[in-house]
Design a protein around this ligand. Sequence first.
Ligand SMILES: Cc1cc2nc3c(=O)[nH]c(=O)nc-3n(C[C@H](O)[C@H](O)[C@H](O)COP(=O)(O)OP(=O)(O)OC[C@H]3O[C@@H](n4cnc5c(N)ncnc54)[C@H](O)[C@@H]3O)c2cc1C
Ligand SMILES: Cc1cc2nc3c(=O)[nH]c(=O)nc-3n(C[C@H](O)[C@H](O)[C@H](O)COP(=O)(O)O)c2cc1C
Length: 765
Amino acid sequence: MKIACIGGGPAGLYFAISMKLKDPAHQIEVFERNAPGVTFGWGVVFSDQTVENLTANDPKSARIIADEFAHWDDIDVHFRGTCITSSGHGFIGIGRKRLLEILQARARALSVVLHFEAECDPADPKWKDYDLVIASDGANSRFRDANPEAFGVDIDVRKNKFVWLGTSKVFDAFTFAFEETEHGWIWAHAYRFAPDCSTFIVECSEETWATFGLDKMDQAQALAVCENLFAKYLDGHRLESNATHLVGSAAWLNFRRIKCERWNHGNVILLGDAAHTAHFSIGSGTKLALEDAIKLAQVLNSEGLSLEAALDEYLAERNLEVLKLQNSARNSTEWFETLDRYLHFEPLQFAYSLLTRSQRISHENLRLRDREWLETVERWFWEKAGVPGKSAAPMFAPFTMREMRLENRVTVSPMAMYSAVDGTPNDFHFIHLGERALGGAGLVFTEMTCVSPEGRISPGCTGMWTAEHVDAWKRIVDFVHANSRAKICLQLGHSGAKGSTKLGWEGNDVPLDDGNWPVMSASDVPWSPVNQKPKPMTRADMDMVKDQFVAAVQMGLEAGFDMIELHAAHGYLLSSFITPLQNTRTDDYGGSLENRLRYPLEVFAAMRAAWPKDRPMSVRISANDWAGEQGVTPDEAVEIGEAFAREGADLIDVSAGQTWADAQPVFGRMFQTPFSDKVRNEGRLATMAVGNIYEPDHANSILAAGRADLVALARPHLIDPMWTLRAAAALDYRDIYVPPQYLNGQAQLARNLKREAEAAAALRV
Ligand SMILES: Cc1cc2nc3c(=O)[nH]c(=O)nc-3n(C[C@H](O)[C@H](O)[C@H](O)COP(=O)(O)OP(=O)(O)OC[C@H]3O[C@@H](n4cnc5c(N)ncnc54)[C@H](O)[C@@H]3O)c2cc1C
Ligand SMILES: Cc1cc2nc3c(=O)[nH]c(=O)nc-3n(C[C@H](O)[C@H](O)[C@H](O)COP(=O)(O)O)c2cc1C
């Protein structure tokens, strides 16, 4: 094949090499606009896995690259006058210029033709003479941008400003240096990539950049400012820029996250940064570019594969990798963009939060990397929880709200069981909740228990409106108190427009075949076209429902509950007031957020007044309607949390969605935790995170990073009531309360899991 590679960066050069290795008969030319040896940027970091991939593809160049790697293990986080060092991170880095020299030499040795100082124009007719034109022309690809629709280009320009500098100061550790200035925080990401040189990326918010006047300074002035700011880290070494082709403030960039729906059009194929970018803070752009090159060369040389099929395979495999990395990169990018949120953290937690920001590195990863450091974090966490001197998994640390002390941070999330008759919980609920309390969770929630027959979601929902209900609940609460250390929280709610529907497993949110009851809501907006049109609540309705909530709270007290939660999420009655998607009222209860919150807050305040001062209350909210600006946004969620806290809520249970039938949620591991993080750290409130948290490692990472105070698990508890005891066995945590009847089982499980872990570790060695 006759192939032109546009751009002599890592992607273009490595693709040329890989193609020649597969078949020396390919005619390959690389066109690079710069002279050899002229490039932007300084060093790049790799992982061991990337080196393995390079070695498998071309051992010759891999060996030369590997020989020149700088290795380092430590990460130093400088914050508020403290340096937190953790180890075992295993980085390798190389200068970009040196990497390109190695690849250029290897390409030449394989008879790739290299053209330098050759600016390529996509409109040039000569590209038609090539079988393939590889657009490896970087993030600002002209070949991609000549046809943005054909490639389905999606570019997200991120908020912060950064500049990629270098210095002769040699950093021993990967260094994050955060500095507070009169204009805001500025920080550096610095790492060594050669015996005498380090990369030094400076980043700050756009506001800080502008108020500092960095936008108006020329390069020399900006360098002088940065040298001054970071003088204590530079030990007299200078900062240098090699972006001399960029004039003045243009050397400061906004990172552009790029993704493309399609990676080929006509004879043009996108490769590397032209197809996708990953934020520099997770250091994976070069890895992706090189791995794209390997894959593309492989599919193009696969016998029996048509060009179309080859390109389909290339896109399918590489796009998946890119999406995974971009997901982590997004978390990492956002961490730096929302730095203000974490500035109140103590340095140790700040460093932990930074290290785990992308969700790719977890608590147990950190333990493997640096056990001693992780134990310092755990000891700190337990001390903050009021237990000094103890180092154990954060999920087992106690948590106190008012006079209620939870044994640990795991909760059984509220889950409707659709198994009550006339609202009365029965033996099913007794066993179900009792068993989950025996399973070791610190707090067990009841399902949404409805304050009136009409407030039920389905005929099978539990209720709290008769003395019979109180007695049935009391039996369950008494069992929990007598046989476990768990506390039990009554979740109270009213279904609103989502009421009068079938049992969950007969059809979610589907109206009953017969026996429907009338429903009411904030407005007359039906949940979906098949659901009833609700009656908009009058003031008299509001008073009646508020009284029902208060009566249910009083009954909850009689039944002996430790805590009450108000369900103001998921599109049910109170949520229908909060979300503008369901609330079209024009009176004092519709319109602004303040108005939309008025009734839910009124109900909450009345409940709070009826509930003893020494017992806590929480509110479940939907922190995101997943409907963009049309619905509740995470920013509003902070205000919602704060408003309930002002009325006496001790905990915000941060759920999301289910408020609008056409919502577009983005699922994934721990997918709602970022909302809890936001509400907790921007609103400075206690929160509970929920949503696809299923491993002890998730729970510990969330808690230690201060993304939530409690973690709630729903579906994992459906299938495993003993989730917390099992986690204790797996983590070899002996201090958890185990019902005496079960002690032998716990001991056996702990022993077996320990043996399994030891055998797995022996295999790794
Ligand atoms: C601040 C910063 C830090 C980074 N840190 C890391 C890191 O630690 N690890 C990592 O893996 N990645 C890192 N990256 C990302 C990495 O630089 C890129 O992902 C990688 O260079 C992509 O390789 P590429 O070959 O696709 O594109 P590039 O390296 O951008 O190469 C494209 C080449 O095409 C040339 N070109 C462009 N247009 C034309 C044209 N019309 N005609 C001729 N030539 C043209 C350019 O001159 C350039 O040489 C970082 C990026 C930034 C901005
Ligand atoms: C069967 C089932 C019933 C649920 N019922 C309720 C409920 O009554 N009240 C509530 O607030 N959330 C309810 N939820 C939502 C869960 O509490 C939780 O927020 C959600 O399932 C996400 O957590 P998970 O990923 O751990 O399952 C229910 C979830 C399930 C699976």
